[in-house]
Design a protein around this ligand. Structure first.
Ligand code: NAD
Length: 275
């Protein structure tokens, strides 16, 4: 079983640098998939209210017998629950579905700037954090302008921003902004959703050179950039493959090959307009 190295967040908490994401895993399959991930050595699980699989995820956590302190559980407040009171209620419901009395990380899923409520939402999260029910709080899909506004209006700096990030969308500006403010970068769709990216000849060449798979070298690229990474698969062999990335390193030539793939191309929505 692999042990994943941890990163220290800006509040002193630690977080595994690699976790397991469960977007699009149906609730009735989540317990099995998360159970497989936990047996393979993953300790960080990324879910969200809108994924509708917090219950199955929580069942796997409970059934695993793993000490709660060794687990790192992230969930997120959905767009329809923005606002102070709504966010407090949404958090209670998430915690109840997960069967936990605290989460390690609670995130705003999208900023929904058209609604103008992410500051109030975050103030509710500051209260949840102060009450000890979320050990850390952060955001997802925030552009630097949203983070600036949030940090001006609130007092707890988000520990991380979870954004779409893969070699074809390397997000250099966002990463540099995060570094300047002590915010970790977490990559969603780190494998480019398994489409296209993993079939590129440049990725295949790096994989061949290291005797690894395309997914493994892409995940290794993330680690070497300093990203937290949360690949998803429901296939046990891939779940195991995706965590077996700590026994090799990319060199400068490999990193240059990856840098040539950046097209600034999103697979998901533009945070400036979504929600
Ligand atoms: P991903 O980049 O992790 O790709 C997942 C897909 O890649 C799988 O469905 C499978 O088809 C393929 N795959 C996985 N492992 C493979 C392997 N070893 N070899 C070949 N193919 C492989 O995409 P994702 O699920 O979109 O993102 C990962 C996680 O990020 C999600 O589960 C979720 O937790 C999070 N996420 C967050 C947001 C957000 O808005 N915050 C949005 C999307 C995803």
């Amino acid at each position: 079983m692999t042990t994943v190295p941890s990163l220290t967040l800006n509040n002193g908490a630690t977080m595994p640098q690699l976790g397991y994401g469960v977007w699009q895993v149906p609730d009735d399959q989540a317990a099995e998939a998360v159970g497989t991930a936990l047996r393979a050595g993953y300790r960080s699980i990324d879910t969200a209210a809108v994924y509708e699989n917090e219950r199955g995820t929580g069942q796997a956590l409970a059934a695993s017998g793993i000490d709660r302190e060794e687990l790192f559980v992230t969930t997120k407040v959905w767009n329809s629950d923005h606002g102070y009171d709504s966010a407090l209620r949404a958090f209670d419901a998430s915690l109840e579905r997960l069967g936990l009395d605290y989460v390690d990380l609670y995130l705003i899923h999208w900023p929904v700037p058209s609604r103008g409520a992410y500051v109030d939402t975050y103030k509710a999260m500051e209260k949840i954090h102060a009450d000890g029910r979320a050990r850390s709080i952060g955001v997802s899909n925030f552009l630097p302008e949203h983070l600036e506004r949030l940090m001006d209006a609130t007092s707890v700096v988000p520990v991380l921003n979870q954004i779409e990030l893969h070699p074809q969308l390397a997000q250099a500006d966002a990463r540099a902004f995060h570094v300047r403010h002590g915010i970790a970068t977490e990559a969603w769709s780190p494998l480019g959703q398994g489409r296209g990216l993993l079939d590129l000849p440049q990725v295949a060449a790096v994989a061949r050179k290291h005797g690894r798979t395309p997914a493994q070298v892409v995940l290794r690229w993330h680690l070497q950039l300093g990203n937290v990474v949360i690949p998803k698969s429901v296939t046990p062999s891939r779940i195991e493959e995706n965590i077996d990335i700590f026994g090799f390193a990319l060199d400068d030539d490999d990193l240059a090959a990856f840098a040539s793939l950046d097209q600034g191309r999103r697979l998901g929505p533009d945070p400036a307009h979504f929600g």
